[in-house]
Design a protein around this ligand. Sequence first.
Ligand SMILES: [Zn+2]
Length: 297
Amino acid sequence: MFMNPTEEQARDRIEQLRWPDGAACPFCRLHQVTKLNGKREGFFQCNRCRRQFTVRTGTIFERSHVPLSKWLQAVHLLCASKKGMSALQVSRMLGVSYKTAWFLCHRIREAMRSPGGLLTGTVEVDETYVGGKGSNRHQGRGTFNKVPVVALIQRQGNMRTRVVKTVSAKNLMKALRDHVDIESTVMTDDFMSYRKLDEVFYQHEAVVHSKKEYARGNVHVNNCESFFALLKRGLMGSFHHVSRKHLGRYSNEFAFRWDTRKITDEERTTTALQLAEGKRLRYAQLIGHEEEAGSKN
Ligand SMILES: [Zn+2]
């Protein structure tokens, strides 16, 4: 269904997902709308506010000249590839320019951004460095040019990521406070910046990595380690260079696939399409002329 649809099939599919109960005005939510037939294919008009809209209005597809059939295929490609897909590959597979593919991929990553909500129960938290050269963790040598990424993973649940400037206690605490319920049990390693977590969260347990301890009963951050392995392999294999600026969105993409790892590629594509509403990402934001909404993630 997702590969090689006609433009009409693609639009029907996206309309169905967005409006299972029939088209609704994106401005006033009213269902009393009129389908405009003829020249303006795919257009509706609201019977109250009289504004015209399509299924693209208010979604990542808005103001894009790319046919919905290509959008649908791009979403499917990103959802079905375990390690992600480079813009170059997407450009070749869809027959669009590299620049178009690049923008398409970033908008899809924006859609994949978690809708939010706090993680609860037992939550693993760990950080790693991505990009640059050298292999040392924490703020040791060899971390120059590397960007710290924090992973927060609820056991048997969903996850969040955050790109931080430095792995200071303040920045890590902020990431935890933004994403983790204070009633949670937090699992980390013995990195200094995590020392005061027990003052805020219900319980804090640390595995003593510095003494080569990798698990003590259920005290470990193995899910974070697995996620980082996936992220790094993906970034290495598919993306030659990821700047600090865009790393948050790449991490979103990997976190989205992690959250949806137990469903089929088809179902994951559907989920991503449903998340496309209410998210916008303008080209000016992407290339740095404007502050990004997703940067606070
Ligand atoms: Zn309206």
